[in-house]
Design a protein around this ligand. Structure first.
Ligand SMILES: [Zn+2]
Length: 282
């Protein structure tokens, strides 16, 4: 036992006290004077007692805080990257549940539910088909889902077939497949305004390729369209093979309460008239 005692004494010699420390006479360990917890622990190794440095409570808390700050910064960087990548039209960044003006309360509630149930939607490969007249807020609702999921770190791409066709037109067949495959790297693909793209054989073939490859990779797809379900159900053969896949995987949600664009335009006109007549606008 003598050798153990000697080694304890040896070790006490080796470590001078810092200005914010004191030696606890009871256990002979160095303590932090701020949080009064030890900065050393004793370990018995062969017949020696070794003193190991440990973090006191406030050092541990400072470390945890630093790690949490780092993680938070990394998360913000990741979300910014996902947003820049997936919502290239910057106007879409403002289309959020928080900014919603309540034009489509029921539909927004369902869209919100899609986000809260995302894990299930993803594993069961369930998408949405937001359909209804022009200007009723389908794009807004789809972008709300995109923004909310991106905030959770989910990779989402929101695009439309005009953009996709512009990219596909000038490139060769093999590269086209690579581009279409790249769309499937996103956990959620949102295609806005299906049905307004040009109707050439080439366009139809590419639209089919995109929808079919999404269908086969078993990842969710959200579509917005001005087409009615009836129109989709009674399309010609070339369109039918596209719509069939969409209708199989995307739950239809009608967005048709009112024409928000028209409403906003009327409101703007009213304000402009007031402004011109010199009346105050509240
Ligand atoms: Zn401390």
């Amino acid at each position: 036992m003598n050798s153990v005692k000697e080694s304890i004494n040896d070790l006490f010699q080796t470590r001078p006290l810092q200005s914010d420390e004191y030696l606890n006479e009871t256990d002979k360990l160095i303590y932090c004077s701020k949080c009064r917890t030890p900065r050393q622990c004793k370990i018995e190794h062969s017949d020696k007692i070794i003193m190991l440095p440990i973090l006191c409570k406030c050092q541990r808390e400072a470390d945890e805080q630093k790690e949490a700050d780092f993680q938070k910064r990394q998360r913000l960087i990741q979300i910014e990257r996902l947003k820049a990548n997936g919502l290239q039209d910057r106007n879409l960044h403002d289309y959020t549940f928080e900014n919603d003006k309540g034009y489509n309360p029921e539909e927004i509630k369902k869209a919100h539910r899609y986000v809260t149930e995302w894990d299930r939607m993803k594993s069961e490969n369930r998408g949405l088909l937001l359909w209804g007249n022009v200007g009723t807020g389908k794009t807004y609702i789809a972008a709300c889902i995109a923004n909310a999921l991106i905030e959770q770190g989910v990779s989402v791409l929101m695009t439309n077939f005009s953009k996709i066709l512009n990219t596909l037109s000038p490139i060769y067949n093999g590269d086209r497949n690579a581009f279409i495959d790249s769309l499937n790297q996103y956990s959620l693909l949102i295609i806005d305004d299906l049905g307004v793209e040009r109707n050439s054989d080439f366009a139809l073939e590419q639209v089919f390729s995109v929808i079919d490859s999404r269908y086969r990779c078993k990842k969710p797809l959200i579509i917005t369209t001005n087409l009615t379900i009836d129109e989709m159900n009674h399309a010609d053969l070339a369109h039918m093979r596209i719509y069939d896949r969409i209708l199989e995987r995307c739950t239809p949600l009608m967005v048709n309460n009112q024409n928000i664009r028209k409403l906003n335009a009327e409101m703007n006109l009213k304000e402009a008239r007031k402004l011109l007549s010199g009346k105050r606008i509240d």
